[in-house]
Design a binder for this molecule. Sequence first.
Ligand SMILES: N[C@@H](CCC(=O)N[C@@H](CS)C(=O)NCC(=O)O)C(=O)O
Length: 212
Amino acid sequence: MILLRAKKIEFDVTYINLLDKPDWFLEISPHGKVPVLKVDDEILFESNAIAEYLDEVVPPRLHPEDPLERAKNRAWTDFVPTFAGAMSAIHYSKTKEDMETAIDNAQDKLTKVEGALAGRGNDGPYFNGPDLALVDAAYAPFLQRYTFVDKVLKNDVLKDYPLIKAWSDTLLSDARVTGAVPDNFGDEFIAGIKRRKMYAAQFFDNASAAAE
Ligand SMILES: N[C@@H](CCC(=O)N[C@@H](CS)C(=O)NCC(=O)O)C(=O)O
């Protein structure tokens, strides 16, 4: 969605209830997962494959032109599932102790990404400098979710990672990122945390505090 917006591509979106996936969705999504992109009669799946396809067919190119830089961007995009899993484990913890363990476990992933930003050869504010790239779009949703919940958990895990914090602030003030989630994103996210009985749920009694 971030890339579709960044490239001003016209699209229709259908949100899927992942707890009750419709048959038509299961027929087109090979792993039963979102996102899926329908292009004419073709179905694409896997976020990175979709992102690379969109980048190839619709200008402007958001991947670096230089093959070496592009490869480095891809390498850090490949790290997203590891990073996202570690960051999500913080708010998807059942107990305070589990959350603290998750915070400890996230440190080496954060250190690696902080190192990537330190070694990227520019001053930002995006990964490659002045413009949003595919690698930014890949990390943004997970920084967005972490930041959303941390407004109530207040762990401030990013305080020791100033480059990630600055990157995250840039991404989360970019309308292409913030506008890529539905209006009820906050409510749905909180509902999921409550439904799964996560430790964070108790802090969302005043849900508007986090949704601000
Ligand atoms: N590697 C896939 C992962 C997609 C994925 O895990 N999607 C999650 C939501 S973020 C999902 O659909 N989960 C539902 C399920 O596994 O049943 C991608 O990047 O597209």
